[in-house]
Design a protein around this ligand. Structure first.
Ligand code: NDP
Ligand SMILES: CC(C)=CCC[C@@H](C)[C@H]1CC=C2C3=C(CC[C@@]21C)[C@@]1(C)CC[C@H](O)C(C)(C)[C@@H]1CC3
Length: 420
């Protein structure tokens, strides 16, 4: 299909426009490799000269394509299993609604059982520590290939199936943002699958591998690594348990599926979100019971805010008359939808981001305060959420107009009360 007719040649490009879309796909994969190299180097110093660059032979291992291919194939198989319920997504521009399988939690459980079996059979899972760089290179290559496929196939998609934001006619920008909103092969939804399965479950498998490596090196798992593993497993389990809620996130509803999400889901999440665990293997840290308790409480408070606020909004959007939300104060909007102005969403405009940031901090603190690299996640994540909040704010203002302005006056702080 010829591109011209349906394209939105918009001036409001995101992520730095063409320049951002050209630099980010080069810069981010290099960042992943650099951070992993720093974490595995003895000094673990982020800014040093000469930088701890790995020799090119460390970037490739003949087993890695089979590991990544086998892993993705397993997750595809589990996604396709006819277990769990089928849920409908939001109404699309053509009035239709797509169906999605809700069986991510089952996929996590089966993966856990299979992993337990492999460990029992003596599989050296800890060896993944030495394969982190080639695994990240291979996952990035998969993300590039997938994004190219997604970009090319989007030219056969009908106009209503294209995302509004990734359809500018600028090839670099559209490749980065993603042209097609919900690319599918038959009923297999590529974006939904990638968002929650290979990368997110892969992240906790990598964490477990770091724990096994630590046991191999030092005889027993350390408290900091146990904490990091438990906190992040809770986060991933929560995401898969509440899988249906992902159907209303910005990524599924608004963003096209392009390099940003493909790389984010398949390479960025598993290989940068596991940096604390990688760091702890080579840089053991001792935690006092009191410090551990403080960190557990911080993670608990963050998780409580994150879960309660997300559940309150999801419940309200599903059924505003439900007893748990019916008493909350709301304001009407011209679209017919209402906005919560009391409860969690009357505290700050993004209480779920606040909880998420508190958890991110609790994941870094077990690594001590001697190095910055385990804090990469909390720093990056805060920037991501501030940027995301800004994008969401613009979308909500466009959707709800004066009602949104009223909400902002009623609830003046975005993420952190009295601060931001
Ligand atoms: N770990 C990670 O890497 C990441 C985690 N996250 C997490 O994902 C979760 C989802 O985040 P995200 O998708 O960005 O956005 P949110 O879940 O915050 O959803 C924003 C949407 O909620 C609705 N909304 C906003 N304010 C109100 C209100 N007062 N009353 C009712 N509805 C309201 C609007 O949609 P509408 O009105 O159309 O319903 C708005 O577009 C968060 O907990 C976030 O922390 C996000 C990104 C990365
Ligand atoms: C730097 C870069 C390439 C950024 C791409 C952003 C992605 C890494 C994130 C965009 C939104 C995400 C979400 C989650 C993971 C990170 C990405 C993909 C998420 C699946 C994590 C678990 C949460 O509970 C969640 C399900 C709410 C969340 C959804 C958004």
């Amino acid at each position: 299909m010829k591109p011209g007719r349906h394209e939105r040649r918009s001036a409001e490009m995101e992520f730095g426009g063409t320049l951002g879309a050209t630099c980010i796909p080069v810069f981010l994969p290099l960042t992943v490799l650099y951070l992993l190299s720093v974490c595995q180097s003895p000094g673990a110093i982020v800014v040093q000269w000469p930088p701890p660059l790995p020799p090119s032979t460390h970037l490739w291992h003949p087993w890695v394509p089979a590991i990544i291919g086998g892993w993705i194939a397993l997750q595809v198989f589990l996604y396709l299993l006819p277990v769990g319920k089928i849920s409908q997504g939001l109404v699309l521009r053509d009035g239709s609604r797509l169906k999605y399988p809700i069986n991510g939690f089952q996929a996590l459980c089966v993966t856990g059982l299979l992993l337990g079996l492999c460990l029992w059979l003596g599989m050296p899972l800890g060896n993944l520590f030495d394969l982190m760089l080639p695994l990240a290179v291979c996952a990035t290559a998969v993300a590039y290939l997938l994004s190219l496929y997604l970009y090319m196939r989007s030219f056969w998609a009908p106009p209503h199936a294209l995302a509004l934001g990734g359809n500018t006619g600028n090839p670099l920008y559209d490749f980065f943002m993603g042209r097609e909103l919900n690319p599918r092969i038959g009923s297999f939804d590529l974006k939904y699958f990638c968002e929650l399965r290979p990368g997110l479950i892969g992240w906790v498998v990598l964490n477990l591998a770091m724990l096994m490596k630590e046991v191999e090196l030092r005889g027993s798992p350390s408290l900091p690594l146990l904490l990091v593993n438990s906190f992040q497993l809770l986060y991933v389990t929560d995401a898969l348990w509440n899988e249906e809620a992902v159907l209303t996130t910005m990524d599924i509803v608004h963003d096209g599926f392009g390099f940003m999400l493909a790389f984010g889901d398949l390479a960025w999440v598993p290989f940068t979100y596991s940096l604390q665990a990688v760091f702890l293997v080579g840089h053991p840290h001792t935690l006092s019971p009191l410090a551990a308790l403080g960190i557990i409480i911080l993670n608990g408070v963050g998780y409580y805010i994150f879960r309660k606020s997300n559940s309150q909004k999801n419940q309200f959007r599903r059924d505003p008359t439900h007893t748990s939300v019916a008493h909350l104060e709301t304001i009407a909007t011209a679209t017919g939808k209402r906005l919560l102005v009391s409860g969690w969403w009357g505290f700050v405009r993004h209480p779920n981001y606040l909880g998420d940031i508190l958890m991110a901090l609790a994941w870094s603190l077990p690594c001590g305060i001697s190095h910055i690299v385990p804090y990469f996640y909390v720093i990056y994540f805060t920037i991501l959420l501030i940027h995301r909040e800004d994008r969401d704010e613009r979308q909500c203002r466009a959707k709800y107009g004066v009602a949104w302005d009223t909400y902002c006056r009623r609830v003046p702080y975005r993420i952190i009360p009295y601060l931001y």
